[in-house]
Design a protein around this ligand. Structure first.
Ligand code: NAD
Length: 281
């Protein structure tokens, strides 16, 4: 039987409806959650991501402001903007859209964001809290994956989870969140020699690589839960994940589609983080 499809689009819509309701409750306390987005340069994908995030804010009643800069922007200008937003009480969340132009040290800009307003969860303080198992703002994509797993009741405790990809924004934090749920976690990366040997052991297999269809059916244990974080543009202009979807769907028990799986959950978690940051006031 083909896999059960983890429908991120519909779960994200539920999450957004919950956010909308909580936004109206916060309004009774005189609080309107506010997100400021910093966009620098003219990367077309970044522009689309930012547009979607701003639109999601509008839909749910989160106030959003966009600060767009040309690709010639200096690091000092961005740091000064972050400083002003940190000091502004109407701003609860600050999002710095990556990538930043080459002359800017992205980590320095991310680290300048107040940890309390770091709705992307990229600040060292929030990363540290995640490692230590303490409360903090979680990175949105890994949090969205965990919500999908939880919603579908995918068993995690004592199961083997394999995460392919070790980036700070997806692979590493997701591995830590799976560990928090008592999975036995392995992280694979570009230097892992025996990839398919390891992935075939996985009850939960996450692909966060950025290589279209790298995960084939031969790499997947029958009955596994397969989470595809990858977003790749094929030469014909269509989108594909890191998983060879059709054949893998035939043997997995759960699978996320691309698009419509992890992607919508990322934005939904961003909205929740804005709420969380605003409700702390
Ligand atoms: P990244 O480039 O920072 O990291 C990719 C990781 O994959 C690295 O750790 C690398 O070691 C590993 N890797 C590369 N080639 C490999 C191979 N042949 N075998 C095993 N491991 C290999 O990327 P990222 O920022 O973590 O993003 C990963 C993918 O997820 C991208 O396609 C990105 O577009 C997508 N993404 C999606 C969302 C979403 O909301 N859906 C959010 C963030 C990232």
């Amino acid at each position: 039987m083909p896999a059960y499809i983890l429908d991120g689009k519909s779960l994200a819509a539920q999450v957004r409806a919950g956010v909308k309701e909580k936004v109206s409750r916060l309004a009774q306390r005189g609080i309107r959650p506010g997100l400021s987005v910093i966009l620098a340069g003219d990367d077309p994908a970044s522009k689309v991501y930012v547009r979607n995030k701003v639109r999601a804010c509008e839909e749910t009643g989160v106030a959003s402001r966009l600060f767009a800069y040309p690709s010639s922007v200096s690091e000092a200008e961005l740091l000064s903007r972050v400083g002003a937003l940190n000091a502004d009480p109407a701003v609860h969340g600050i999002l710095v859209q990556l990538p930043l132009p080459r002359q800017v040290d992205a980590q320095r800009v991310l680290d300048a964001v107040s940890p309390a307003k770091d709705v992307d969860g990229f600040h060292d303080v929030n990363m540290g809290a995640l490692v230590a198992g303490k409360p903090g703002l979680l990175p949105c994509t890994p949090a969205g994956v965990m919500r999908l797993l939880e919603h579908a009741d995918v068993p995690l405790a004592g199961r083997r989870a394999v995460v392919i990809g070790r980036s700070n924004i997806v692979g590493k934090p997701l591995a830590l969140l799976l560990l928090r749920k008592d999975a036995t976690v392995t992280i694979c990366h570009s230097k892992s020699g025996n990839l398919s040997e390891i992935t075939r052991e996985a009850d939960i297999l996450v692909a966060a690589i950025g290589r279209a269809k790298l995960v084939t059916a031969a790499m997947v244990k029958p009955g596994a839960c397969v989470i595809d974080v990858g977003v790749n543009r094929l030469p014909d202009g269509t989108l594909a994940g890191d998983v060879d979807y059709e054949p893998v769907r035939q043997i997995a028990r759960w699978i996320t589609p691309v698009p419509g799986g992890v992607g919508p959950m990322t934005i939904a978690m961003l909205l929740e983080n804005c709420l969380r940051a605003a409700a702390r006031e």
